[in-house]
Design a protein around this ligand. Structure first.
Ligand code: HEM
Length: 187
């Protein structure tokens, strides 16, 4: 016999996954650990979903959070107006007295000529606070432009783009929904 056949045949057990899965050659400690792990994973996957407390359905998103274009401040949950609209008339100079500087007076601001009482959120509009720039005046232009620049806190909104006008109208609706109307600005 020229070809020693027994030398060609492998003496190893050939598994479809190679010699690694020949578990008979594994260290018994490793084998135990692996088997234990497999059992653990199986038990876990079988019991999954059975012992869990049923989850409550996801809360629906608020309309504001769905409308991504809505400015951040419009996401309010405050209660709405508590009084019927007032009809007081304010000149710009009169309105300016209600800018939060005088703690004895309410805080007012105007949007598109309508004066709102924002006293319940005095802390947002007081001197030194972020929105003080809007207090005691009609800052329609700035609201439309989503701006806090003092020079844009003016009543004239004729220069706004269609998109900015939409933003301003949203702010107007926001204030109407949230605050009492005191009156309007007259020239
Ligand atoms: C990073 C930017 C901003 C953040 C994080 C922010 C956040 C807020 C928050 C948390 C409120 C309070 C909402 C509530 O309690 O009702 C608010 C109110 C307000 N935000 Fe902003 N804001 C930002 C920028 C602006 C800008 C640029 C403007 C310019 C128009 C603006 C205008 C307003 C107004 C007018 C309110 C008052 C609304 C009210 O009295 O109900 N915000 N903002």
């Amino acid at each position: 016999m020229a070809t020693p056949l027994h030398k060609q045949a492998s003496p190893e057990v050939v598994t479809p996954f190679g010699p690694f899965l020949d578990i008979s050659s594994w260290n018994p400690v490793v084998l135990g650990a692996v088997l234990g792990l497999i059992v653990l994973v199986l038990v876990k996957s079988l019991t999954r979903g059975q012992s869990k407390v049923p989850q409550s359905p996801k809360k629906p998103q608020s309309p504001q959070s769905v409308t991504s274009s809505a400015p951040v401040g419009m996401m309010t949950t405050d209660s709405g107006p508590t009084q019927p609209p007032g009809d007081k008339e304010f000149t710009a100079a009169e309105l300016a007295r209600y800018d939060g500087t005088n703690a004895e007076l309410p805080v007012y601001l105007a949007v598109k000529g309508t004066v709102f009482d924002v006293t319940k959120n005095r802390d947002m509009y007081s001197p030194g606070k972020g929105y003080h720039v809007f207090a005691g005046k009609d800052a329609s232009q700035a609201l439309g432009k989503s701006s806090l620049k003092p020079e844009e806190c003016v009543p004239d909104y004729s220069s706004l783009t269609a998109e900015e006008m939409e933003t301003l109208n949203k702010w107007e609706a926001h204030y109407k929904k949230k605050y009492n109307i005191v009156g309007k600005v007259v020239d």
